[in-house]
Design a protein around this ligand. Structure first.
Ligand code: UFG
Length: 337
């Protein structure tokens, strides 16, 4: 049996592929390198010494997708990482975002239905909670009130999955709501490589530390948080990747269902905590200045990850120091070249 992974050369996808291969899974990857590079496939091989089946296709291409399912009758489960993910860009390009993320998921699900593959793991996001009803966030907190098309596309797909399961309970679905993934594989071979100037905090910090960018802009220090800067639940990407293996294990069990899990550590750190932790872990300086709040940002967001622990037996194990050191190691390796 094999696991089909869309978006498998992206940041979270590639780390998950490594964990799947290390666990002895047979993997098929689909990607069109819209936000990743072919070299990632070589790195995966270098780390795991294992081969994957790879298709360079856009998951919106129904004919090509059909070919994948025809050629691989042993697909048992699909993990969907494919999708656009830049929050700011999604505000500028809503049609592109809805088309790529929502239509892509629909095509994938239709294909799965046609080929009787009914185990599905979906990459969702804590963004679906909008303004948090309470902190820490539990899976039963209200969702909605997303402030950008990226977040709304995740929410729409969650709704589609609910409706699908409601219509046919032979589906077996796991929705994983990621908090803030950071860091990279300890080999320094895989990591996060946003194109252009990064939007997210950790990629920005590492580029300031390496001298590529001058200083970090801290978006607001007047939030109702201990030091006034935004608080988030940063989780090591390898911990997050391992959560997917646990999700697959759950779907392989006898009973069918639609399950939702927060994948976070349960601890919130502020922007300034992150700057200090990074400086301590890497011995580099991260100059910063305080600027205006970023529109659409919330003050505090962190998970209650109890449900994932109780039902999946998963919890994050890596420390904030690991997250900072591993994020930095990747950048150092990149600049060595
Ligand atoms: N921040 C800065 N300066 C920067 C970048 C970020 O101060 O240059 C701050 C933000 O204001 C926020 C924190 O750092 O307080 C984290 O910001 P990120 O952009 O790294 O992450 P977000 O929490 O805003 O968003 C992330 C993902 C989204 C996802 C969301 C789910 O990027 O895809 O988490 O909660 F939807």
């Amino acid at each position: 049996m094999s696991v089909l992974v869309t978006g498998g050369t992206g940041y979270i996808g590639s780390h998950t592929i490594v964990e799947l291969l290390n666990a002895g899974e047979k993997v098929i990857i689909i990607d069109n390198f819209s936000n990743s590079k072919p070299e990632v496939l070589d790195k995966i091989k270098e780390i795991t010494k294992k081969n994957v089946v790879f298709y360079k296709i856009n998951y919106l291409d129904e004919k090509e997708m059909q070919k994948v399912f025809e050629e691989n009758p042993d697909i048992e489960v699909v993990i969907n990482f494919a999708g656009f993910k830049a929050v700011g860009e999604s505000v500028q390009k809503p049609l592109e975002y809805y088309h790529n993320n929502v239509t892509g998921a629909l095509i994938l699900l239709q294909m799965m239905k046609k080929y009787h593959v009914k185990k599905f793991v979906f990459s969702s996001s804590a963004t679906v909670y909008g303004e948090p009803e309470k902190i820490p966030l539990t899976e039963d907190c209200k969702v909605g009130g997303t402030t950008n098309p990226y977040g709304t596309s995740k929410l729409m797909i969650e709704q589609i999955l609910q409706d699908l399961y409601h219509s046919d309970s032979s589906w077996d679905i796991c929705i994983l709501r990621y908090f803030n993934p950071v860091g990279s594989h300890e080999s320094g071979l895989l990591g996060e490589e946003p194109q252009g100037i990064p939007n997210n905090l950790m990629p920005y910090i590492v580029r300031v530390a390496s001298g590529t960018l001058k200083e970090l802009s801290v978006f607001g220090n007047d939030y109702p948080t201990p030091d006034g800067t935004g608080v988030r639940d940063y989780i090591h990407v390898v911990d997050l990747a391992k959560g997917h293996l646990k999700a697959i294990e759950k779907l392989r069990k006898e009973e069918k269902g639609l399950y939702i899990y927060n994948l976070g550590t349960g601890t919130g750190y502020s922007v300034l905590d992150m700057v200090k932790a990074f400086e301590r872990a890497t011995n580099r300086k991260v100059p910063y200045k305080i600027v205006e709040r970023r529109p659409g940002d919330i003050a505090t967001c962190y998970a209650d990850p109890t449900k994932a622990y109780e039902e999946l037996g998963w919890r994050a194990e890596k420390t904030l120091e690991d997250m900072c050191q591993d994020a930095w190691r990747y950048i150092e390796k990149q600049t060595e070249k």
